[in-house]
Design a protein around this ligand. Structure first.
Ligand SMILES: Nc1ncnc2c1ncn2[C@@H]1O[C@H](COP(=O)(O)OP(=O)(O)O)[C@@H](O)[C@H]1O
Ligand SMILES: [Mg+2]
Length: 516
């Protein structure tokens, strides 16, 4: 740790309440955001308020165990700083810039304040370029913007971290720039796992990781995002490189702000959130910007408390993003991973001017088909599939095949799904969707399209069933397989359906049982 004090300015602890500490200075009163140290640098405190002519109130960035009234406090004469420079690549840091990967501290680094202003309007630049992820459902329906901000919204355990890790995995290979991973308030072991994975994948040399996980005090979780951004800004402004900034999880930043605010004695606002939530979030989000020297593309996981998307934290975050990817528990429950709900997710890149006419038309057709299927679900539940008109039945068949095709096996989940990961180009993904919409696969069992990469794999997986007119399902193992699929028992690879199936009957059987 950089423990370097200008000895002139010393104070004394007057009160300690959890993480909130009041300090008296008889001489010069340290300005807001000054970093103070107590107990020989063991306890770090950031000044957040000046109470009167002699007292400041600060929040501890470290545990305050052992701190007591009357103890000496030293003013560092500056704010919290983060290390920047080439030396930070392939390293892992905490909020203070200490390395936490059990190796020697980097030497050729500069230290910069973590509190910086967003770039001025005149320096900002925008270009509308697509950022391909290799994940079908994202590239086709919610294309990401290079230099944009994308949010992965979802409750606990719907796959945000898995999706984020998969994106790192897919993009880091062909991404020329630097990646910075910032872990805020999530499990410590996730950080450790990620570090090992990245090391094994050989992508560490172009990556920096910064962690302030859930075991750390709120002050530290509140500032770790700023530290990560300071590093990102260095690569953008000084080295003119593109930066991919991944944050898991931005909600924890807001939550830490709420804790800090409560500890500081501020009146809470709606649902207990801090009244300053909007300001705090924009101060951080607005620094994620593109300038003439480089772009910061950011992907942020956003935990949605109790799956309630009207939660103020989720609503505030929505407003900063250029793409919102919404993960649904229902889909996760059905085993349709990645559990992205296409009808709730959106991207401002999905316009014909940017993605092109064909891509736009295919995406619209998919959305329409899925929306129609959504509306028909109630009727199917009440009256059964038999009551639908032949056109509607076709819509259902197409929608279910699209839903299956938009699932994808991930590299990062290979160990527990037993399926090899697939990276699919936008061209293949679009082709597949288009061919399903043209009913080319209507005679294939749905399961042939589940967890595949490009569409041609379906042909290897199953044969088209013989066009049968019989609508009476005989209780076949295929029907069970499809039903199993629909219910999400997907840990094992799909049993290969035998030829000579009656796909239509089988689908209907599965639907009517599943939906009712
Ligand atoms: N793409 C996927 N394929 C298979 N299983 C998944 C996938 N995404 C998530 N899961 C399952 O969901 C669990 C929780 O995912 P995780 O990303 O940790 O959730 P979150 O970060 O949203 O809390 C994983 O451990 C895994 O079992
Ligand atoms: Mg997670």
């Amino acid at each position: 740790m950089k423990y370097k004090i200008s000895p002139s300015n010393a104070g004394e602890v007057v009160s300690v309440r959890g993480s909130v500490i009041d300090i008296r200075f008889d001489g010069h009163l340290p300005p807001i955001y000054s970093l103070l140290y107590a107990k020989e640098g063991e306890i770090a405190i950031e000044v957040l308020a000046q109470l009167d002519a002699h007292r400041v109130r600060g929040i501890a960035l470290t545990p305050t165990q052992g701190l007591s009234r009357g103890m000496a406090v030293e003013d560092t004469g500056g704010p919290l700083k983060a290390p920047v420079g080439k030396g930070i690549l392939s390293r892992m840091f905490d909020v203070f810039g200490n390395t936490i990967d059990r190796q020697a501290a980097p030497t050729d680094v500069q230290w910069r304040s973590v509190h910086r202003d967003p770039p001025a309007l005149a320096r900002r630049s925008t270009k509308s370029e697509i950022f391909e992820t290799g994940i079908k459902v994202i590239d086709v329906l919610v294309p990401l913007e290079r230099g944009g901000k994308a949010g992965l919204f979802g409750g606990a355990g719907v796959g945000k971290t898995v999706l984020l890790t998969e994106m790192i995995h897919n993009m880091i290979g062909h991404q020329k720039g630097v990646s910075i991973f910032c872990g805020i308030g999530e499990r410590c072991r996730e950080g450790e796992e990620l570090y090992r994975d990245m090391k094994a994948a050989g992508v560490l040399p172009n990556m920096v990781m910064v962690f302030g996980q859930m075991n750390e005090p709120p002050g530290s979780r509140f500032r770790v995002g700023h530290a990560a951004l300071t590093m990102a800004e260095y690569f953008r402004d000084d080295e003119h490189r593109d930066v991919l900034l991944l944050i898991d999880n931005i909600f924890r930043f807001l939550q830490a702000g709420m804790e800090v605010s409560g500890l500081m004695g501020q009146m809470p606002s709606r649902l207990g959130y801090q009244p300053t939530m909007g300001t705090e979030l924009s101060a951080l989000e607005e620094r994620i910007a593109n300038t003439d020297t480089g772009a910061i593309t950011s992907i942020q996981a956003v935990y949605v408390p109790a799956d309630d998307f009207t939660d103020p934290a989720a609503v505030h975050t929505f407003s900063h993003l250029s793409a919102s990817i919404v993960l649904s528990r229902k889909r996760a429950g059905e085993g349709l991973y990645p559990a992205i709900d296409p009808l709730q997710s959106s991207s401002k890149m999905a316009t014909p001017g940017i993605v092109g006419e064909r891509h736009y038309a295919v995406a619209q057709e998919i959305r329409r088909t899925l929306a129609q299927y959504g509306e028909l679900k109630d009727i199917i539940a009440m009256l059964g599939l038999e009551q639908l008109s032949p056109e509607d039945r076709n819509v259902v068949a197409r929608a279910r095949r699209l839903e299956r095709f938009l699932t994808q096996p991930f590299f990062t989940t290979e160990q527990f799904t037993g399926l090899t990961g697939k990276l699919v180009s936008l061209k293949d993904a679009l082709d597949g969707c288009e061919r399903i919409l043209r009913d080319e696969f209507k005679d294939y069992p749905e399961s042939a399209l589940y967890m595949i990469g490009a569409i041609d794999e379906a042909k290897g997986k199953a044969k088209p069933g013989q066009a049968s007119t019989s609508a009476e399902p005989t209780s076949t193992s295929e029907a069970k397989a499809d039903q199993k699929l629909a219910e999400g028992a997907t840990a094992t690879p799909e049993p290969h359906p035998k030829p000579k199936t009656t796909p239509k009957a089988e689908t209907e059987h599965a639907i009517s049982r599943h939906e009712s």
